[in-house]
Design a protein around this ligand. Sequence first.
Ligand code: AMP
Length: 296
Amino acid sequence: MKTVGIFAEVRELAVGRIGLVPTMGFLHEGHLSLIEAARRENDSVVVSVFVNPLQFNEPSDLDSYPRDPDRDATLIRAAGVDVLFLPDAGTMYPTEPLTRVEVREVSDRMEGLSRPGHFSGVATVVAKLFAGIQPNAAYFGRKDAQQLSLVRRMATDLSFPVDVRGLPIVREFDGLALSSRNLTIEDHLRDSALTLSRSLFGAADLFESGERSVKALLLAAHSGFGKDPSVDVEYIDVARVSDASIVDEIREPAFIAIAARIGSVRLIDNVTLDPVTERADRGIRLNEPSVLYGDI
Ligand code: AMP
């Protein structure tokens, strides 16, 4: 594996069909599942690790984002990656970028409302990665379902010849969706954190029993939260997979998404609901503790 810091070096090293996995580092099995898919489907795999300042609306959130480049490099090397792209902020943004990518409407709801400017930062950095690396395919997790809709729409609207692939959510053994933020959940709040996935699974069960009314599904999800004072629900919404627009009834693939604060930690989660297969995609569960908690 080669570690490089500028786009030209990535293009020189990556050959044949190129699969790109964009990340912000501090890797876990969710990221590793994207790398595995990229490995299966391409000749060269490029993983980028860049904590993108443009997508953080709170400076304290950017400062406290966990970073461990050595740990990331060890995991990425073991996963059989060809090129690790590790740019610094000065290389990615030598000057304040005056050009920003705005994906309208997709950005107007849910995460877009809660985190002003976030999606413009995401779309801009992903567009730069697509332009600079020129991958054939790029791999994203359904953990960030709205982000996946946004990246797909951006690639279509701007004619990027990139196959945008979405992979299932990887969950810890107790159902909590993997996120580097899980490390910061205090032990006594772990059970509170599990209300996100439990509420979503409750709504997913109802969907699989034939319910298509969004009102009924939202009611089921909300009722899963009870009155836990440590849980502050920011939103629960159901949106179309295609463009993240809000729906009343599920007639095409949609996702039910939650954002909540557990103590001081903000978590998001979702389940995809497919009326064609009549199945809810709850993701994949690890049957052992995540690499997040171990020594690498
Ligand atoms: P991040 O490093 O958090 O920006 O995430 C990089 C990529 O990994 C994004 O496409 C995420 O959606 C994906 N990802 C993060 N957590 C998970 C997870 N638990 N399961 C699947 N994909 C994930």
